[in-house]
Structure formats: C-alpha cells, structure tokens
Design a protein around this ligand. Sequence first.
Ligand code: GLA
Length: 398
Amino acid sequence: MSTVVENSSVLSALTKKFTEVFGDSKNVEYYFSPGRINLIGEHTDYNGGYVFPASITIGTTGLARLRNDHKVKLYSENFPDLGVIEFDLSDVENKDGGSWSNYVKGMIIALKGAGYSVNHGFELLIKGEIPTASGLSSSASLELLVGVVLDDLFDLHVPRLELVQLGQKTENDFIGINSGILDQFAIGFGEVKHAILLDCNTLKYEMVPVELRDYDIVIMNTNKPRALTESKYNERFSETREALKRMQTKLEIKSLGQLSNESFDANVDLIADETLIKRARHAVYENNRTKIAQKAFVAGDLAKFGQLLNASHKSLKEDYAVTGIELDTLAETAQKQAGVLGARMTGAGFGGCAIALVAHDKVNEFERAVGAEYERVVGYPASFYVAQIGAGARKINI
Ligand code: GLA
C-alpha cells in the first residue's frame, strides 16, 4: 500500500479533484489521519485494561477550506457515486443513512457540545486508503481527520486528548457503537516507529520505540465482506458489563481490568454463567497478558512477545468468540510458518485483519504459503501488507 501523504503526486491529483468538484482550490489546506494496528490488548479498552497499538502510514487524506455560508459540502474519492453530499450546519442532527457524512456530523455535534464554535460551512474532500471493514479503524481515522480539519479551520485549539475523546463520543453517541478509546487514541497520539502502551482506566500512556530488528509486522486482511460487527461488538460489551456487575456483588472493583488472573479465578463463581465467565476471563487475562507482552517487547524478547500474540489469538477465539474461520485460518496458518514468532487477529474481529511477526527475509515465502492455504480454506484471497508505523492525525504543511 502506498502512503498518500508522502506522495506529492497523489496530493496534486487530489487538488485537481478538489478543483473539479468545488470549482477551484483557493485556500485549500491538507490533512492526514492514519489507521492503526493493535499489537496486543484486544477488547480490553472498554473493560478498563491496557492496549498496545500503533498508528500506521496508511490512512485518510483530507483537503478542506472554509465557506462564507453555513453549508457543508463533502466529497469522498471512495464513494464517487454519492457525489457531493451537502447539508446545512443547522441540520447536523439529521443522520444520512449509513453514509460516511455521519462521521462529519457526529464530530461537529461533539465539538459544539464541548463548547467549541463551528459557525461556518466548509468543503471537505477525502480519500481513504484503509480498506473498509478491515479492522484497521477507517472510522476512527475519519473521525480524527474531521477533528484536525475543524480544529485548524476554526482555530479551536482543542487539546489532543479531548479531540480523541470527542472522536470516541461520536462513535458511541452518534454512530451507536459502544467502542472504547483504543482506536481514536492510537490515531490521535501515534508517533513514527512508536507503539503506545495505554492504560484505558487512567488514560496514562507511554510511548514505546518499535525495534523489530530482523522482523516485520505483516498485516493480513481476510477481505471478508462486512459482517455483523457492530451488533456482535455491542453484545460483547454488554456481556462483560454483566459479568462485572455480578463480580461487584462481592468485589470492590470498578472494571475487570483491576483483577489479576488469580483473583479472577478465585471469584469466578460469582458470575455463574459459562458464556459470561469466558468473556470476562478473556478481558482479565488479555489485560494481564498485555502488560507482560509490553515488558517482553521493551526487553527485546520478541520470541516471548510472539508467544503472547499466539495466546491472545487463542483467547479471542475460544473465550471471546470474535474470530471465525477467516481470522483463525490466517493467524493459525501464520503461526506455523518458518520465521514467524507469533500471529493474532487485530481490532474488533469478526473478519478484518490479523497481524504476524515475520522474519524480514521470509516475508515473501510467508505471504505465498499463508495466502494459498487461506484461499484453499476460505475460497477467496487474503491481502498482505508490511506495516509501517507512522505519525498520528495532523495537518500536512506543503
Ligand atoms: C474496535 C473498537 C476498539 C476496541 C477494539 C477491540 O476497534 O473500536 O475500541 O474495543 O475493537 O480491542
């Protein structure tokens, strides 16, 4: 995958498109917001646990400028059939079916709700490189893109953490997914060649240099058509909330992230339901696994880190039940290949992407072998990209 933002010919093509769509390109400004991978710590964010993500160099590019009236005009290179989507600032509460413009409306509402003044119309053209439904956070990428665009156009000076939280609020309140803060945080705070260890309970974080020596992180896309991710995601959210409630009848805890594996095991009977026990066990064990994994990563023990990736996938498969044949085939086939230290699904699951830590000189062979097995089992091809860790959402000064 190429990186739009580092490619000036792509930016000039987008400028040309802007002119074609909006008449000219006077006063246009440029912005970029990445996607993210999560190295480990899956479905822990909304359970008060740790996550360990990194922003990547593929993402969403935006070109924008202010208007003198109250009209918002939007165009996406990914949905040319939708043409220019237009609405009045007074009409932002009105949802547009499943259109991408809802993310723009949601961010305007969130910013205004937080007291910021978005009092003019604007034009925005975007081009997204993150495959949809890939689990690499195309939606949070868009939320933060709109965040940096509005912050800049309206001179709002929104603190970065608040912008991240407003992105999450958009997802929760306007889009209707009970997601945690993982995606928006990774995209808002990402730095080149760094991962972020984030405690979702306190929002304290640490930037961790990504030193992979002779290894690459390979992203493997299942290319599974969009599944019922939203409803299944919200179901997992409710299941872990219910398990927590049952544990709170005896334990003084605010989230599952506060439990050690031992205290969870000692009190598991409080949950009294097989499915809920499995869901909560994943949340607790994955959180503790993430803390150990980060330490191994920092110590340069990539072999141990890889084993923890494998354990994470197993837990997401068996206890959290968010993998499915596509992700299991990718991750489990990857784990068996020469030169692979570990592999797991990344993101919400139910399709989307997995990641693998693969010896640099084995990547081609790896892609061939995993790709062939995936196509044999699933019936259509997977896609592979070597991940580059890039910076977070920002204005591009050209
Ligand atoms: C999605 C959500 C995140 C997080 C992951 C699973 O990406 O948006 O908040 O819960 O799933 O770890």
